[in-house]
Design a protein around this ligand. Structure first.
Ligand code: PHE
Length: 379
């Protein structure tokens, strides 16, 4: 019997040492030490043994039981730590790996892309990009641009006036401070009529000249507002203003700059032309056109029919421009600029109009509908 106990102990010890997982070890514990195990049976049956065997069998059986229990718990500890280790290794996250790139969820709106394209071209010519306030003083929007109070041109732009009571205290004092700093002809205190939604980006001409000394080469993209709404007009739209002020700036510089810009926007082969026009704040004033890119300026298509884009004219109107009026220099704060020393040109154009021409969009309101079927065509 003692021999049998020793055999069980040996075999069990070998199996325990070879156990490869805690589940297997648990099975071995049940097999060798559980209620139905052979060793358990032997110990339970001691009372039935002949008297001379009870002592040695009981002693050896209990020793074997204790030894196996000790081996199992030792092996269990080994397996636990090995299993923890491998779990740690397989669960490890490499925090130094770069994150997965976010799936693309959208793209800039066609108007933003057009605006950026124009900015890029002008930055390439050495211009700086500036922005200005959309809620603007009448002073910068009109007065400093040579529209005296009551001037009929003020009426032609269908201005939105802002009730001063609707402005925050901070906005109002900022407006007051700006107007107080304004030039000679400037109304000094904003009252009822003096705050507007800017009707064009041109108010940034005088603001830019007040903010820095010449030479000045800036472009000012931004939103403007007019009471106007149809297929080619929206109450809110975008313009880009250009301003160059330095010594010896001439109309020829304006022509060259417009040509360069229009070729960047509409393609290398384009031509630019200027036609006489009137703006209160430029003298002389022009409107500028680009040669039609649908008919290459000829006015008729390959099949001899009249070009629909330029209506057979060969030219497409793009914007307004001119040489900065000396009176405008006079409105720059702190004594103004001396028109005998510096000259300048300015131009302005609508971003929506350029995008419509360039991409054949028939109705300006489509830019504002936010219909993804429309927007996705320009990704
Ligand atoms: N601000 C003018 C407009 O909106 C355009 C313009 C800009 C004309 C600069 C001349 C010089 O119509």
């Amino acid at each position: 019997m003692v021999e049998r106990i020793e055999q069980i102990e040996r075999e069990a010890a070998e199996q325990i040492a070879a156990a490869s997982g805690s589940a297997e070890l648990e099975e071995l514990r049940v097999t060798h030490l559980g209620r139905k195990a052979e060793l358990t049976g032997i110990l339970r049956g001691i009372a039935e043994l002949p008297a001379d065997q009870r002592g040695p069998v009981g002693k050896r059986g209990n020793e074997a039981r204790q030894r196996l229990e000790a081996l199992i718990s030792e092996r269990a500890a080994e397996l636990d730590s090995a299993e923890l280790e491998s779990r740690l290794a397989s669960d490890a996250v490499d925090v130094t790996l770069p994150g997965a790139p976010a799936p693309p969820v959208g793209h800039p709106h066609l108007i933003s892309r057009t605006r950026r394209r124009i900015e890029d071209i002008m930055v390439g010519l050495g211009y700086r990009v500036l922005e200005g306030p959309e809620v603007e003083l009448d002073y910068y929007n009109f007065t400093a641009l040579n529209h005296p109070p009551g001037h009929p041109a003020r009426m032609s732009q269908d201005t939105f006036y802002v009730a001063p009571g609707s402005l925050t205290q901070a906005a109002m004092s900022a407006a007051r401070a700006a107007a107080d700093g304004g030039g000679e002809g400037g109304a000094a205190t904003p009252d009822e009529e003096l705050v507007v939604l800017r009707t064009h980006t041109s108010p940034m001409q005088v603001r830019a000249m007040e903010a820095q000394e010449p030479p000045i080469f800036v472009v000012v993209p931004g939103k403007v507002y007019r009471r106007d709404s149809d297929a080619t007009h929206s109450p809110m739209f975008n313009q880009v203003e250009g301003l160059a002020v330095a010594e010896d700036i001439t109309l020829a510089d304006l022509q060259g700059t417009l040509l360069e810009m229009l070729r960047g926007i509409f393609g290398e082969g384009r031509e630019a032309r200027m036609r006489p026009h009137f703006f209160p704040f430029t003298e002389p004033s022009v409107e500028f056109d680009v040669s039609c890119f649908a008919c290459d300026g000829s006015g008729s298509l390959a099949d001899g029919s009249r070009c629909g884009l330029c209506k057979g004219v060969g030219w497409i109107e793009v914007g307004g421009a001119g040489m900065v009026d000396p009176n405008v220099f006079g409105f720059v704060a702190d004594g103004g600029y001396d028109p005998d020393r510096v000259q300048g040109f300015a131009f302005g154009m609508g971003v929506e109009r350029i995008a419509m021409l360039r991409y054949g969009v028939p109705d300006l309101r489509r830019f504002l509908d936010n219909d993804v079927r429309m927007l996705e065509q320009f990704s």
